[in-house]
Design a protein around this ligand. Structure first.
Ligand code: PLP
Length: 444
């Protein structure tokens, strides 16, 4: 069928605006009428640099990203950042602790309270602190934050991972709720002589389970003005599947990251928004030799944010076509949203989500939305048909396909139905889906 007859609700890779794809097909053949296609030009050319600068500018405008944040483009997907986050935050934590230990012990030796050699003493104290106190806090609210926490455990060892919240425990072993903040078991924030946990990590929107944080969890205190000298934990958020779909106060985060392939662009490029004070020259990072001696991981250079930042995301070959797509998607949003910026897109996203959930809720005898009302994702609408009856769900999907409503099958790990409501899904497509939901429920 022609593209115009298909309404695609896939979870990622996900639909892209047709207008962007039309421009892309031309750019692939001949970028700016040069006779050379966009996948063929050097990532170090002037054109490539301009594409990168334009994409950053559009993102900065849309999300009001403050000047003290750096935008990085990398490869490796959201999963690559599960690891990069750990490498970087552990390195920052270790170096802060090392500096503190060095200062304390220098004074202690000068005062005759202990004996040198200083370097050995510092290492002993650091080793003990790493063994006993290095913690990475994870809020596990769905499959992706679970995976991120598992990657942290694989890299640094399970004792260093503090699952401050496992949302399954009070929900029959299933994801679908976010228990109150008062129940989260975050590592104590401050401590005499250094930071507490190296970071607090959460996934803003859980793509598989349809669980979205309604807003910034306020008990994770805002990223302090100078996070390096402060003992507050770093707040890290995975926004892979709700990037640029609502207003975000970027200043509350140390790091926001996401793969492009849902709301922003196509698979192949990952975006990291990181507070500059967490990068050199402001921040000090532990030297690889020290990390190795402490049995802590040293990450691959392509995931090393300081290296990527220093090289304007061009340390190695960046897929410029992917950056161009993301840039075009965001530049179009800047145009259509006007002065409302991303709040303009948020209105549309909310309207579509309200329409679909509203329709599902009208037929409780047929549909059951999986996550609790308070944490329903605006992006990934997960529900069961006829209590999860396999034949009925198959029939639902087959009927949908007949109407050109595609990509509605739930993630293989949880089953059911998932309608992904990303930015490129038009209001018209959402209305057609709502109509099908009604017709199916009424047995039409
Ligand atoms: N985080 C979230 C919320 C996701 O939805 C996904 C993928 O769907 C990932 C991380 C992993 O991304 P990638 O496949 O790009 O590694």
């Amino acid at each position: 069928p022609p593209r115009s007859d298909v309404h695609y609700f896939g979870a990622g890779p996900a639909p892209l605006p047709t207008s962007v794809l039309e421009r892309a097909s031309q750019a692939l053949l001949s970028y700016k009428d040069s006779g050379v296609g966009l996948c063929e030009i050097s990532h170090r050319s002037g054109d490539a640099n301009q594409i990168l600068a334009d994409a950053k500018a559009a993102m900065t405008t849309l999300l009001d990203i403050p000047e003290d944040y750096e935008i990085l483009f990398l490869q490796g997907g959201g999963s690559g950042e599960f690891s990069a986050v750990v490498y970087h935050m552990v390195s920052l934590w270790v170096e802060k602790r090392r500096i503190r230990a060095q200062e304390d012990l220098t004074v202690a030796i000068a005062d005759g309270k202990t004996e040198g050699p200083l370097e050995q003493k510092v290492f002993q104290r650091l080793k003990q602190e790493v063994d006993e106190e290095l913690k990475l806090d994870y809020l596990v609210t769905g499959s992706w934050s679970l995976k991120a926490s598992q990657e942290a455990a694989r890299l640094v060892g399970a004792p260093h991972v503090n699952v401050a919240l496992d949302a399954r425990t009070e929900n029959d072993g299933q994801f679908g709720i976010i228990p109150p903040e008062s129940t989260w078991k975050l590592t104590a924030r401050t401590r005499e002589g250094g930071p507490g946990s190296a970071m607090v990590y959460f996934c803003d929107n859980e793509t598989v389970d349809g669980v979205e944080f309604p807003s910034f969890p306020e008990s994770l205190q805002a990223c302090p003005e100078d996070a390096v000298d402060d003992d507050a934990p770093m707040v890290i958020a995975d926004m892979s599947s709700n990037f640029i779909s609502r207003k975000v106060d970027v200043s509350k985060y140390s790091v926001i990251f996401g793969g492009a392939q849902k709301n922003v662009g196509n698979a192949g490029v990952t975006i990291v928004i990181v507070k500059k004070s967490l990068l050199p020259p402001t921040a000090n990072l532990a030297k690889p030799d020290l990390l190795r001696k402490l049995n802590l991981p040293v990450g691959p250079i392509v995931f090393d944010w300081p290296t990527i930042a220093k090289n304007n995301s061009l340390y190695n070959t960046l897929p410029i076509f992917d950056v161009w797509i993301a840039g075009q998607v965001m530049a179009d949003l800047v145009q259509t949203c006007g002065s409302k910026k991303i709040a303009g897109q948020q209105e549309v996203s909310d309207e579509k989500a309200k329409l679909l959930y509203g329709t599902l809720d009208r037929y409780p005898q047929v549909y059951r939305v999986v996550p609790h009302q308070s944490v329903r994702s605006r992006m990934n609408i997960c529900f069961r048909v006829a209590g999860g009856d396999e034949q009925k769900e198959k029939a639902f999907l087959a009927g949908a396909e007949k109407r050109g409503l595609m990509g509605l099958k739930g993630h293989r790990s949880v089953g059911g139905i998932r309608a992904s409501n990303y930015n490129a899904v038009t209001l018209d497509s959402a209305k057609l889906l709502a109509k099908y939901l009604e017709d199916f429920a009424q047995g039409v």
